[in-house]
Ligand binder design. Structure first.
Ligand SMILES: NC(=O)c1ccc[n+]([C@@H]2O[C@H](COP(=O)([O-])OP(=O)(O)OC[C@H]3O[C@@H](n4cnc5c(N)ncnc54)[C@H](OP(=O)(O)O)[C@@H]3O)[C@@H](O)[C@H]2O)c1
Length: 284
């Protein structure tokens, strides 16, 4: 995809002064190819990279950004602090390690990756706010926070939280959390937006894809970002996949197509549910 395909400004989402590109490049489990894949994604037009200390991809993200030739300040970089580092000192050390690994001075967005019930949320949110006030992160937010945890985090944070990053796709619509994010002026960032590929063989998704001359992934992702205040961070090893996932801003799904895809929620499928760290999720 030529560089002109990058997301036009209109395809960023605004929240509390942040302008987040609606589609980001996920970097979970990219392994040794991370730097090459990130550089290619940026050359293809991605301007939003989603990483985390836990993914082991931060070195590659930094290297990929430098190799892309695109100025760092034009790229939105998100990283996350694991639940093992929820204490203030550990949290700030983790941010420092992330920045050193990427060789960056700041990230655009810093998230608490998973809630940690063994540490008071006030301490972790305090550290998150401190990181922002130290200039290490332009914006802050949370990930995998339930309704109750999100309410508490918003109450505890003197700085605005710009996103709750959650599993969100046509099989798991998270209506209550989406409503809560909107109420707080926050973006819902959808992870696993293709349900780790499972949506791509769905008959309804395939029928709509065929009718529109698009791929199933483009339909699954268009459904996600056609919701106001929702961004998505798909991951793709295949460069053709990465390119097509970004190429979803020149068409839209009709109300009828959205309704057919909305009906897939009956499946209620959660693909990311690690027993050692997942909270008790809200009922659908
Ligand atoms: N905050 C959290 O706790 C959390 C948890 C999970 C994930 N995440 C973030 O979300 C990102 C994405 O989530 P995910 O990797 O779990 O799920 P995903 O993006 O829904 O699924 C990735 C899978 O979909 C395939 N795929 C992607 N685009 C495709 C296309 N156009 N055509 C065909 N297949 C396609 C990929 O295949 P190929 O690789 O073969 O291209 C890969 O197997 C992660 O990289 C990470 O950044 C965050």
């Amino acid at each position: 995809m030529p560089q002109t395909m990058q997301q036009p400004k209109a395809f960023t989402i605004s929240a509390h002064g942040a302008e987040m590109p609606a589609i980001g490049f996920g970097t979970l489990e990219l392994g040794e190819r991370a730097a090459m894949l990130v550089a290619n994604a940026i050359r293809d037009g991605y301007r939003h990279i989603d990483t985390a200390r836990k993914y082991g991809s931060e070195e590659g993200v930094g290297e990929g950004i430098r190799a892309s030739g695109v100025p760092r300040e034009e790229i939105w970089v998100t990283t996350k602090v694991t639940e093992d580092n929820a204490r203030e000192k550990d949290f700030l050390n983790s941010v420092d390690t992330s920045l050193k690994a990427m060789r960056l001075d700041y990230v655009d967005l810093l998230l608490i990756h998973w809630p940690q019930p063994k540490v008071p949320l006030a301490e972790t949110v305090g550290a998150l706010v401190k990181a922002k006030r130290m200039g290490l992160a332009r914006h802050i937010g949370v990930s995998n926070f339930t309704l109750a945890l999100l309410d508490e985090a918003v109450r505890l944070s003197p700085e605005p939280l710009v996103t709750n990053q959650l599993e969100f796709h046509a099989y798991l619509t998270q209506d209550k959390l989406l409503a809560a994010c909107r109420r707080y002026g926050m973006i819902l960032t959808a992870y696993s937006p293709t349900a780790r590929g499972q949506l791509l063989t769905d008959p309804v998704v395939n029928e709509i894809a065929k009718a529109k001359g698009r791929t199933p992934a483009q339909i699954a992702l268009r459904w996600v970002i056609q919701h106001p205040m929702v961004a998505a961070v798909p991951r793709a090893f295949e460069s053709t996949h990465a390119a097509e996932n970004l190429d979803i801003f020149d068409f839209s799904l009709s109300d009828e197509e959205m309704r057919r895809l909305d009906a897939l929620r009956a499946r209620n499928l959660r693909v990311v549910n690690p027993p050692e760290r997942a909270p008790v999720w809200d009922l659908p």
